[in-house]
Design a protein around this ligand. Structure first.
Ligand code: IPD
Ligand code: CA
Ligand code: CA
Length: 268
């Protein structure tokens, strides 16, 4: 059993605390589905409540650190090297529709790079976590990205664009290339979990465009610490503010880049 550092412990405690209200509210959402107004406002209140709990708990643990939080935005801290990047509810659309696939994502960014990450899925009680140089874990078990080397055996996750959220102009062609070269594609709707599942070897790769820093900061370090690779879809260093992500077990990374690029060459 891996001993959690005080840093990870404070992140995990904050995630557990925020998850309590999320789980209660998720139970309510299932009731609200049938009402005509729907659960929209209720869910955004649940989201904000969870974020407030995270901010309170993490501020108690590290009073000088600032935040980049999805709902609140930037909160400057006295310590300019460290800040928390948080998404209190990743997978909002799933939550809203009563689908139990969502997570809390907390990253500590140190000197501009993700240093530690926690992604917690309250319904399955799966806690994915990693700290720089210390490996990645699911609950107390060490995580390793998958060993698959042939694209045709690989399961690839992605995030599709939706109303108001654009993607790469060649995204449909990319899908066409990827589904023609792999064992299949999944779109489960929570980017933090897509990355955590890639770290766990459930997926062999994941790509999505136009994500936000809070969707990816925690998952990124978890993939890297599990021995996987994260770049942008061109194979260049990922800029978390740009949010164009390609994660994989490392073995298929170049093949996946070529596959995405084939679509560009073939169709443009
Ligand atoms: C979303 C999820 C989804 C991705 C979206 C994100 P949210 O986050 O991660 O999988 O496709 O682009 O915005 O809004 O549920 O926190
Ligand atoms: Ca998100
Ligand atoms: Ca969110």
């Amino acid at each position: 059993m891996k001993h959690k550092s005080p840093l990870i412990t404070s992140m995990v405690n904050a995630a557990y605390k925020a998850s309590k209200s999320l789980v209660r509210d998720f139970g309510e959402v299932e009731q609200l589905q049938v009402s005509r107004k729907g659960p929209g406002d209720f869910v955004s209140a649940a989201d904000q409540k969870a974020e407030q709990t995270l901010i309170q708990e993490l501020s108690k643990a590290r009073p000088k650190y600032g935040f980049l939080a999805e709902e609140t935005g930037l909160i400057k801290g006295e310590d300019t090297s460290n800040r928390w990047i948080i998404d209190p509810l990743d997978g909002t659309t799933n939550f809203l529709h009563g689908l139990p696939h969502f997570a809390i994502s907390i990253a500590l960014e140190r000197d501009g790079k993700p240093f530690a990450g926690v992604v917690y899925s309250p319904i399955t009680d799966e806690l994915f976590w990693a700290e720089n140089g210390q490996g990645a874990y699911l609950n107390n078990e060490r995580l390793r990205a998958s060993g698959r080397r042939n694209l045709e055996d690989c399961l690839i996750a992605t995030g599709m664009p939706y109303k108001g959220h654009t993607s790469h102009p060649n995204y449909p062609q990319m899908l066409d290339q990827v589904w023609g070269s792999t064992a299949g594609i999944r779109r489960f709707g929570a980017a933090a979990l897509d990355l955590a599942y890639t770290a766990a070897g459930r997926y062999d790769g994941f790509f999505e465009f136009s994500l936000s820093p809070w969707d990816i900061a925690a998952g990124l370090i978890i993939v890297q610490e599990a021995g996987g690779m994260v770049t942008d879809p061109d194979g260049e260093t990922l800029a978390i503010e740009e949010g164009n992500v390609l994660a994989s077990n490392g073995h298929i990374h170049n093949d996946l880049i070529d596959t995405l690029h084939n679509s560009t060459n073939a169709r443009s």
